[in-house]
Design a protein around this ligand. Structure first.
Ligand code: FAD
Ligand code: MLT
Ligand code: ZN
Length: 465
């Protein structure tokens, strides 16, 4: 092997797990959106924590940057090389996908220890027959890994009830940028023994350590799931419906909004029939999970909130059995892939206080039209988390565009954040100062240089240049 670093990686993991051929590397070099990526020196696939540590040591010794990568479903370019640029900039993509162990369920504690490369779907499938579930759910479940989900502090559609990944992670094992392996996987509920390293790794986007295993809280699987898709004439009515049902229904676990243009795009992409008659401008999808007759309870809460006298509600469909619930979810869950097929879209994930959502939604179309005339705006998201995803078709992806400043400024001006759940990655590092003070960013840098003194883990991600 001509390249000495690549040669030492081959010594660690064997030739079959160091990918150097361009056509094999490509799936690891380009991100899911198609907006980010570039050539890697090689892709290495360690099969154990000890191999991850040896890979980090080899790269540290040669000052070669490492890009940790799980399922490569991230939406802010944090898991792929920087590119486009001169080939051989030198990054090594460290894929965690071979870290596939799933320990037995600890039913008494309601916890499980898993390898970082296990996908969310694989864990869901392992837990379901045992009467448990993960709590967090994402449409990218078949690809997203638990390690990547912790590294991005992923949210998804059940945050309302179960919180984000931060609340799931009660222990972690990781190889830090120093090369040290830290392991704290006991998962004790009470453990006042110093800094919360696992907590620090959550949301660190691969900049402090490579997570190799996680201790996760899991939940009993509810007996019933139901969903309702409500069509409205405007965002205010969709929000009021979600708020009203949430107040009346303790088993509500999801409240998602999708604008009419996005539902139409999903229908066209997947060849689906309209879920209701007419042309609603906003839909709200409500999900309930619990031990009782969830469809009946959801319908009752919906009637009380959005009965015939409610303003702006056009129609509603309620489903209580698995296939019909799934059929309603398609109009929401398949938005990302439908936009990707029409795009690539420019994706701006923001959060604002729930009380400011209506102001954001009212202002964002004009804000976009002013600096990106001709752009088609699609908005959907997790309404009671205050987390909306603005997707723009017809604006070039990648690089800086004035529309990013305008939309992110709008969210921040309303007391919100530039990143609700997708992270900062490469896409938003130049905007971090909008929501984090110089003192906070200094503290971030101090943590980074303590845990990754050579700066080899994900340079160019999260922290401003
Ligand atoms: P990757 O994309 O591989 O990496 C993401 C980041 O984590 C990178 O910075 C990478 O360096 C770092 N990383 C990955 N693994 C490790 C590790 N083991 N140790 C340290 N750092 C690591 N996100 C949401 O929050 N909510 C959603 O509802 C949601 N829905 C989605 C739907 C679709 C269709 C798609 C394509 C994406 C969606 N996402 C969503 C985004 C994405 O799935 C999440 O960000 C997910 O957590 C990424 O996991 P991954 O394993 O693919 O990570
Ligand atoms: C979602 O909620 O579907 C995701 O966060 C993905 C996206 O924003 O496209
Ligand atoms: Zn989302």
């Amino acid at each position: 092997v001509a390249d000495a670093v690549v040669g030492s990686l081959v010594d660690v993991v064997g030739p079959g797990h160091v990918l150097t051929d361009a056509d094999v590397r490509v799936g690891y070099e380009q991100d899911w959106t198609g907006a980010f990526g570039g050539p890697a020196r090689a892709v290495v696939r360690p099969g154990s924590t000890a191999e991850v540590a040896a890979v980090v040591d080899a790269c540290r010794a040669a000052s070669v940057p490492i890009i940790p990568q799980g399922g490569n479903t991230g939406l802010v370019g944090g898991g792929v090389p920087e590119g486009p640029g001169p080939p051989g900039r030198g990054e090594i993509v460290l894929s965690t996908r071979r870290l596939q162990t799933i320990d037995p369920v600890d039913a008494a504690a309601g916890q499980i220890t898993v390898g970082a490369g296990v996908t969310l779907l694989a864990l869901q499938e392992r837990l379901a027959p045992l009467g448990f579930e993960v709590g967090v759910d994402l449409a990218s479940r078949s690809g997203a890994t638990l390690g990547g989900m912790a590294a991005t502090n992923a949210g998804g559609t059940r945050v309302l009830r179960h919180g984000t990944m931060r609340g799931r992670v009660v222990g972690a094992e990781a190889v830090l940028g120093t090369g040290a392996t830290v392991t704290h996987l006991r998962g004790l509920t009470k453990d006042t023994t110093g800094y919360d390293l696992a907590g620090l790794l959550v949301g660190s986007e691969g900049t402090l350590g490579v997570i190799t295993a996680l201790r996760l809280v899991i939940d009993p699987r509810p007996a019933q799931r139901a969903a309702a898709l409500v069509a409205t004439t405007g965002f205010d009515a969709a929000l009021a419906t979600a708020v009203g049902v949430h107040r009346r229904l303790p088993t509500l676990e999801a409240a998602e909004v999708v604008d009419g243009a996005t539902v139409e795009l999903v229908m066209a992409t997947l060849d689906l029939p309209p879920p209701v008659a007419g042309h609603p401008t906003w839909y709200v999808l409500l999900g309930a999970a619990g031990p009782g007759d969830e469809a009946e309870d959801l319908a009752r809460a919906l009637d009380a909130t959005a009965g015939p006298s409610a303003v702006g509600v056009i129609d509603a469909v309620v489903a209580g059995d698995g296939p019909r619930v799934d059929a309603l979810w398609r109009y929401r869950d398949r938005a990302t892939e439908s936009l990707a097929a029409a795009g690539p879209p420019r994706k701006l994930d923001v959060s604002v206080p729930v009380s400011a959502l209506a102001a954001f939604v009212a202002a964002v179309p004009d804000a976009v039209a002013r600096c990106a005339p001709g752009a088609v705006l699609h908005v959907f998201g997790h309404v009671l988390d205050g987390n909306l995803h603005c997707n723009l078709l017809g604006v070039p992806s990648g690089g800086g565009h004035r529309v990013d400043d305008v939309v992110l400024d709008l969210a921040v001006g309303l007391g919100g954040s530039i990143g609700g759940e997708h992270g900062i990655g490469r896409a938003k590092r130049s905007f971090l100062h909008l929501v984090r003070s110089p003192a906070e960013i200094d503290a971030f840098r101090a943590v980074k240089s303590a845990l990754d003194p050579a700066g080899i883990l994900n340079p160019g991600v999260l922290l401003p240049a």
